[in-house]
Design a protein around this ligand. Sequence first.
Ligand code: MN
Length: 248
Amino acid sequence: MELPVYFISDIHLMLERTESEVKRQDILFEFFHHVKKSGGTLVINGDLFDFYFEYKDVIPKVFFPFYYEIIKLREAGIKVHFILGNHDYWVRDFITETLFDHTYFSDTTFDVNGKKFYMTHGDGYLSWDKGYRLLKRLLHSRLFIWTYRLLHPRLGYRIGEWVSKKGKHYHHSKEYNKKISDEMSIHAQKRLEEGYDYFITGHYHQAKELTLNGGKLLILGDWLSFFSYAIFDGHDLKLKFWGNHETP
Ligand SMILES: [Mn+2]
């Protein structure tokens, strides 16, 4: 992987193109321009889209400006990797072949400049998420996807949008955030003991960098209120905030 490596997650590009949504995407594109200038690699760690479902012959058109920005990044020599999240798992060849250099359907690992990264979107990790883990198995099953694909896109997208909105409770109390980062630290610790240097997760809408045993757990935050990202320069991994957009 070319250095530096940038990591972002939980952008949740919305299906409704409101004025504030267009502004938010422009901030993201400013960040992309920065990446383009610096060179390197971009890793999108899940929930890029608030809802995405790809049919054999049909892709959502509302994200066209985003597709165009990714193509421009890649034309400039930036490799773009996409680890699927719980909001955008249902992709086909447009995502895996046309748009991104690499797409990952589950947790993955990277070796960069002698450092080992364990990457996960992060959903389904918490001990109290038992019901969700069952639901995830169903939603990722071939039968579910095959059945959903039979729905007319107009209906499929309204249902997806409704479910995405229902799950929106991104502002958690300090106590709950601490409970999550404590639990994710246990998972990270296990990987660090296996020899990984960094454990990177998204999904939890909190931006946090924790040093553990000489390695790090990094929770990526989001691009809804934090506008946060991580950068690995070849030696160290750091959490940063883009511009002055953070509204903690
Ligand atoms: Mn998620």
